[in-house]
Design a protein. Sequence first.
Length: 151
Amino acid sequence: MTERPEARIEAVWLGGMRFSASDPYGHTITVDAPADEGEQFEGMMPGHLLLTSLATCSGIDVVNILRRGRQRVTGLSVKVEGAQLPDPPWTWVDIRLTYEVRGRGLKPSAVERAVRLSETKYCSIGATLAGRAAITSVFRIVEETDGAADG
């Protein structure tokens, strides 16, 4: 039996609703939320950070799969829209990802395969959320001109 990967994150309260979170590699992020509707806050709200994690987890997979498949990907953006239940704990129930893949001569079948593999096999965030939320996606390919550099 193989060992399960472990992660150790530390979140330190900075006052108000704000925390500084750090990973074992020394990276930090500020997480915050308004105490009252319309109040100013500094940092990403936890729910938005979760959607960010989904977008970047899947994005990393898609780029990696396309590069390994010798696709000439030059850029990728992943937009996420999510809907939550109106009452606590405000569970995410509907999430839609839109992938915009830039490159030269990208095969639609390769992009579709990369997105599908990320969503069904590799992205741990998506796999975790899929137990609670309906996750759907679409992709669009943008053909780059010869002036764009490989990413």
